[in-house]
Design a protein around this ligand. Structure first.
Ligand code: GRG
Length: 298
């Protein structure tokens, strides 16, 4: 099966699961449910769920539990996009080729839809129906909270916005760009790659290998996102482009230029592939995900 077909397979699975979970949310006001659905079900590559499902499949982890983790992670990703698009943050009107949540509803509804998705995600993991093996539940909840929280995505967002909103001096160094990436986007991708071996109760060697893979893949993802901001079209990418340079943001592209960023991307892809060297043909889809970083258009 091609990489695109596997990504589509993951997308269909997780969208079906997310749709059912949103339907089943207890006592949820109709407006909130609709805004949550707008945030979650309106397109998107579903790349993080793909990584959860594929790392779980690599280690024969229980598929139903992997799907619960994939949906929870995607809900958190979608909450972060809904909040990132708010007027007080990035002030974006288009996301995934459609109006952002605040544009389709209003600001307070978008804030609360994001809050609801974040809390629902943890309920989906902790409820008995998630079928997550007891040996893995504590670690998964703690790691997801860590990746999404103050030392991860939220902290990264603060570092990013601080420079913008408070007029603090930009820090155009590789170390700063890497720290920001690791926190803001890398942490969730790293978590997605650790989810499979955690669910399967694999030993430290497998967790370490998939962590190296996840960290390199996350960095490659960010570089490809920065490249798309310069070389992509808004129609293909599904959101506004050329925002980084306009905001004077330090990225791999601003530091090293297009060719330099492409060279760092290639080296990072090589590091991700090397982390999978012991896993044979079954890791094929995870290898294709690495290639996707230099091929993606959205
Ligand atoms: C508001 C707490 C909070 C955090 C926001 C993720 C994020 C942090 C902001 C998004 C800004 C951005 C464009 C980051 C670059 C990488 C990224 C996360 C892109 C969007 O993810 P994709 O490409 O999107 O996986 P789809 O739509 O395919 O799910």
């Amino acid at each position: 099966m091609t990489f695109e077909a596997r990504l589509t397979q993951a997308r269909v699975l997780v969208e079906g699961d997310l749709g059912r979970r949103l339907e089943a949310c207890r006592r949820t006001p109709a407006r909130l449910r609709a805004a949550m659905a707008h945030a979650v079900l309106g397109g998107g590559k579903r790349f993080r769920p793909f990584l959860v499902l594929e790392t779980a499949a690599l280690f024969d982890a229980p598929p139903a539990a992997a799907l619960a983790v994939a949906s929870a992670l995607e809900a958190i990703h979608c909450y972060s996009l809904a909040h990132d698009d708010l007027p007080s943050m990035d002030n974006d009107e288009t996301r995934r080729g459609r109006p952002t949540v605040w544009k389709a509803y209003d600001e307070w509804t978008a804030i609360l839809a994001g809050d609801a998705l974040l809390t629902a995600a943890f309920a989906w993991l902790a409820e008995p129906a998630s079928a997550i093996p007891p040996h893995a539940l504590g670690a998964l909840v703690a790691e997801l909270a860590d990746a999404a929280g103050p030392a991860g995505m939220v902290g990264g967002q603060v570092i990013d916005l601080q420079a913008d909103k408070l007029g603090e001096p930009k820090i155009p160094t590789l170390a700063h760009v890497k720290t920001l990436q690791e926190m803001k986007t890398g942490a969730l991708i790293r978590f997605a790659c650790r989810a499979g071996p955690l669910l399967a109760g694999r030993p430290a060697a497998d967790l370490d290998a998939l962590t190296v893979y996840g960290e390199a893949l996350g960095f490659a993802f960010q570089i490809s996102d920065d490249l798309l901001d310069v070389t992509g079209s808004a129609a293909e990418v599904g959101k506004a482009v050329a925002k980084d340079a306009a905001a004077g943001k330090a990225t791999l592209v601003s530091l090293y230029g297009l060719d330099g960023a492409r060279r760092v991307l290639a080296a990072t892809q090589a590091r991700a592939l090397d982390a999978l060297r012991d896993y044979g043909p079954r890791a094929g889809p995870l290898r294709s995900a690495v290639d996707f970083m230099s091929a993606r258009k959205s």
